[in-house]
Design a protein around this ligand. Structure first.
Ligand SMILES: [Zn+2]
Length: 130
């Protein structure tokens, strides 16, 4: 309809921007996801977010809540970075965005009381929050 005069990804400037490309395929987004995964020690989705989330049904409730917060923060940060790039014309390094997710996730998770039965999950939670 002529509303958008270019539809290239703002991150890489090479591929057409789509939901799938922006969140899961762009080299910039993959580097960002890797930075977050390195911190939280969880392989975050790199292909299909919904399928990945469904696969997490078997995980403990405590772990699902934590990963849900991290995933939500990650999606928000990548969308915000895309809009900042589009409007203001600059882009942080993917590692910087990973630090933003860590900071925001920890802030949100400190206000949550967890009932974890698994010592392994408790240790994981302690590791990522401190
Ligand atoms: Zn791209």
């Amino acid at each position: 309809m002529g509303v958008i005069n270019q539809n290239l990804c703002y991150f890489c400037g090479v591929q057409e921007e789509s939901h799938q490309h922006l969140f899961f395929e762009c080299s910039y987004s993959l580097a960002f996801i890797q930075a977050v995964s390195d911190w939280c020690k969880v392989g975050l989705p790199q292909i299909d977010c919904i399928k990945w989330w469904v696969d997490w049904r078997q995980s403990s409730m405590c772990r699902k809540k934590v990963v849900g917060v991290i995933l939500a923060c990650s999606m928000y940060v990548i969308w915000s970075a895309r809009n900042t790039c589009r409007i203001e014309g600059y882009l942080h390094r993917p590692e910087r965005l990973g630090q933003l997710v860590k900071k925001e996730s920890i802030s949100r998770l400190h206000n949550v009381e967890f009932k974890c039965n698994s010592s392994r999950v408790k240790q994981w939670l302690d590791d990522i929050l401190h």
